[in-house]
Ligand binder design. Structure first.
Ligand code: FES
Length: 150
């Protein structure tokens, strides 16, 4: 990873920052030293999330700032469905089975979220005990159409 310091600050030219670098950048970009992503509380320590994917339960360590998708990709979980990583394309649907996640950037309707759906790319654990299961895009779409959302 190469870093360059210019008049606008530090520019990192790496496609993949380490977890520690992301945490430092997140803290540095906030005047209060907290994660700037959302208003909901965010863990400032690592937590283990159980990701149920393709019939397996996989422990994924989230650093308190990254989404479950980023943590799973960092951990080498294969065959995850995703594209935009911004909560827009809806190709990373999941169902929250336990615990709580902040998914403030996700473009999911409130009623779908209340039914337990989440987007892995936006789901940031806000406590311990998160269990989240990947689901198909069809499951999410069916739920959205039933609710008349989107
Ligand atoms: S990757 Fe596009 S919504 Fe998650």
């Amino acid at each position: 990873m190469a870093a360059r310091v210019g008049s606008r600050g530090v520019t990192l030219s790496s496609r993949r920052l380490t977890k520690q670098a992301r945490a430092i950048l997140a803290k540095a970009s906030s005047p209060l030293g907290a994660a700037p992503r959302r208003n909901a509380p965010v863990l400032t320590r690592a937590t283990i999330v159980i990701l149920e994917h393709e019939g397996k339960s996989i422990e994924v360590e989230c650093d308190g700032y990254e989404s479950v998708l980023e943590a799973a990709l960092d951990a080498g979980v294969e065959n995850l469905s995703y594209d935009c990583k911004m909560g827009v394309c809806m190709t990373c649907p999941s169902r929250l089975k336990a615990g709580e996640v902040d998914q403030g950037g996700a473009m999911l309707s409130d009623d779908v979220v209340e039914k337990g759906f989440a987007l892995l790319c936006c789901a940031v654990p806000v406590g311990d005990g998160v269990v989240i299961q990947t689901v198909t895009e069809e499951e999410l779409l069916d739920e959205q159409l039933q609710g008349g959302a989107m």
